[in-house]
Design a protein around this ligand. Structure first.
Ligand SMILES: [Zn+2]
Length: 73
């Protein structure tokens, strides 16, 4: 699944929303087949809702492994 910004002048796919889409969710093998277009407002709303269930994992600590690996070169 890929989320990308779109410059296509396509209406937001959220029902009841008449904004022009800012983002495109491209998915060809999962729940839906094709692309879903969302405006910035609906994307933020979706993100907030997802955040109730899924919290992004922390990235690897930069100062421990990253620095040593870079010093090798
Ligand atoms: Zn929308």
């Amino acid at each position: 699944m890929i989320v990308e910004k779109t410059k296509n002048k396509i209406k937001c796919d959220a029902s009841g929303c008449n904004n022009i889409a800012d983002y495109c969710i491209v998915n060809k093998k999962f729940i839906f087949d094709g692309s879903v277009y969302l405006c910035d407002s609906c994307m933020r709303e979706l993100y907030t809702e997802i955040g109730k269930f899924i919290v992004p994992k922390n990235l690897k600590p930069i100062y421990k492994k990253g620095v040593k690996d870079e010093q090798k070169f």
